[in-house]
Design a protein around this ligand. Structure first.
Ligand code: NAP
Length: 542
């Protein structure tokens, strides 16, 4: 084992972080190891102890106590926590990257960018929490015939966060879900992904250290390990605990739907129905449309851009191009150009886990077996697919209209070129996180093109013009969501400042005396927070 891994592992105990003390490794708790994506026989020299039902209950209890004690009620304190988390993470940057590369097979460069995004978004949410306007305070003072009415967003309570295997940092233990939940005032219980337990735990230890440094109760941030025999149980116990009030999930559709069903079927301590929101960010087959004019004018350049986007992170990106629609006359040439780019000699990289590699292989095989594939290149089968060899499939739009298997995500370095005679195949599109359209200036006034853009907008959360779908900027205007099955709650975004609103609900106070109002809604508005009074935005007193 190399020195860097040895040093990083010294900070990892293999246990959950439950109210700061670490779970007692009970005799019956399953143990598991972290296997190398390059060689599943090789494991890190540390055993991880999966959380027990008791650990989950203790964590939910500590989070609930922290919430009831108003530990996160003050925006300035929440901002300080998130800034301290960013500092503690930065102090561990080399170790987080070393473990991340070892556990995921993703490159250090890629994970370095993801690390910057993780700490950058923690600071962005800190600024939002400190500013306070995000609560959208609205005041309608008493008027003849009507009472004084005031509303703003209030936090739901303890949040459970499930991260995905392919973004261990930006969507992991302290990814966008955890940072936005803390910023909005919800304590977090994060479930570590068993594909990168050491990386997740090191991040969790940094966050727990920040909680202590800022002087907050340890229930504000906790981490649970899962893996081995009780793999799915930990997530189930967590979602079913009555003290958990909301769930953020990033991962597969199967996982998201299973957890959403658990959230909807929940019972409270009195065995009464008690459903909670589960925000499931899932995978999608992201559409890309290339117009005939664009294919003719710069087909080679577009193919080069798309190939890079498909190959990045071995295609294991939720925003990877999935279905590439090209008009019939241009489709064949475009397919040849793109497959030549994908075939360019490169070192095949490992996929994240053997399960993901097997799934990639199965999806490609199902597409080929379905008979709708006109051409496919290269023939990535067996071990080649397991190593993440790229593949490109060509189908005729008319042939795939009725074939469900063509419209789902293929998670890996593959795409499907759809040869279109008309816009009919676009009507079959399922909801997607993002869609791209490549066009020329002359297209903009063509009614058929305008209709095509409308069709894409109706099915996507973000519409990219003349660019690849991969790459998500963290900013206020970003939408990372989209119609089902991209997410089960299409009116929200998992990225950007609006992600905070998912962890809240609006509460309205009617005829309340100032003493009962939260500071944001008081007449003197001591926090100076921006609010809307009788339809007019204002800062300062009402
Ligand atoms: P995954 O297998 O669904 O795992 C995600 C998390 O959910 C893990 O912690 C997993 O725990 C848990 N989980 C899954 N099914 C569960 C169940 N039935 N009960 C309880 N817990 C469950 O997803 P993945 O393979 O890591 O990620 C790849 C997928 O995520 C791709 O489809 C990709 O497109 C999508 N993704 C989407 C976004 C987005 O923003 N929309 C971002 C990144 C990735 P266990 O492993 O312990 O079961």
């Amino acid at each position: 084992m190399n020195r860097a891994i040895e040093r990083a592992l010294r900070q990892v105990r293999g246990t959950s972080i439950v109210a700061g003390s670490g779970s007692a490794p009970g005799a019956r708790a399953p143990r598991f190891r972290s296997h190398s994506p390059w060689n599943p026989q090789r494991a890190l020299p540390i055993e991880f102890v999966a959380a027990t039902a008791r650990d989950v209950s203790d964590a939910a209890g500590a989070a609930d106590r922290a919430f009831r004690a108003d530990a996160l009620a003050d925006g300035a304190k929440r901002g300080a926590l998130l800034r301290t988390i960013a500092e503690e993470l930065e102090a561990r940057r080399p170790d987080v990257l070393t473990l991340g590369v070892r556990e995921t097979g993703l490159s250090r460069k890629r994970l370095g960018g993801e690390f910057d995004r993780m700490v950058g978004q923690a600071r962005m949410f800190a600024a939002e929490a400190e500013d306070g306007s995000w609560v959208r305070a609205v005041i309608d003072p008493a008027a003849p015939g009507g009472p004084d009415v005031r509303r703003m967003l209030i936090p739901l309570g303890p949040a459970a966060v499930f991260g995905a295997s392919n973004f261990p940092l930006a969507y992991g233990v302290m990814g966008g879900d955890s940072a936005s939940a803390l910023a909005s005032g919800c304590p977090v219980v994060a479930k570590n992904h068993p594909a990168h337990p050491a990386t997740g735990e090191l991040i969790g230890r940094a966050c727990a250290a920040a909680v202590v440094r800022v002087g907050l109760p340890e229930g504000v941030f906790q981490l649970l390990h899962s893996g081995g025999a009780t793999d799915l149980d930990v997530g189930r116990w967590l979602v079913e605990d009555p003290r958990i009030r909301a769930v953020g999930f990033t991962g597969s559709r199967a996982g998201g739907e299973a957890l959403a069903a658990l959230g909807a079927a929940r019972r409270n301590g009195h065995a009464e129905p008690d459903p909670i929101p589960v925000f499931a960010e899932m995978g999608s087959a992201n559409p890309v449309v290339v117009t005939e004019r664009a294919a003719a004018a710069r087909g080679e350049a577009i193919a080069a851009e798309l190939a890079k986007s498909i190959l990045g992170s071995t295609g294991q990106m939720c925003t990877c191009p999935g279905l590439i629609f090209v008009p019939g006359a241009a489709a064949r040439g475009f397919f040849d150009r793109l497959s030549a780019r994908l075939r360019a000699p490169r070192r095949a990289r490992a996929m994240l886990t053997p399960r993901i590699a097997a799934h990639y292989h199965d999806r490609l095989a199902a597409l080929r077996r379905s008979g709708c594939a006109e051409a496919s290149t290269p023939e990535a089968t067996g071990s080649a697919a397991a190593r993440g060899a790229p593949a490109l499939v060509r189908v005729r739009g008319a042939d795939v209209l009725g074939r469900a298997e063509a419209w789902d995500e293929v998670f890996g370095p593959a795409a499907v070129v759809v040869e279109c005679d008309d816009a009919a195949p676009l009507s079959r599109l399922r909801g997607a996180l993002v869609g791209s359209v490549y066009f020329e200036p002359e297209d903009e006034t063509d009614p058929a093109f305008v209709a095509l853009v409308r069709a894409l907008a109706a099915k996507t959360g973000r519409l990219v013009c003349n660019g690849v779908p991969t790459g998500v900027r963290v900013c206020r205007a970003m939408v990372h969501g989209g119609p089902y099955p991209a997410t089960n709650v299409p009116w929200t975004s998992a990225v950007g400042a609006s992600a905070m609103e998912r962890w809240c609900r609006p509460l309205c106070w009617q005829a309340a005396p100032p003493t009962l109002l939260p500071p944001e809604l008081r007449p003197d508005n001591p926090l100076g927070i921006e609010r809307t009074v009788n339809g007019n935005a204002s800062r300062g007193g009402a």
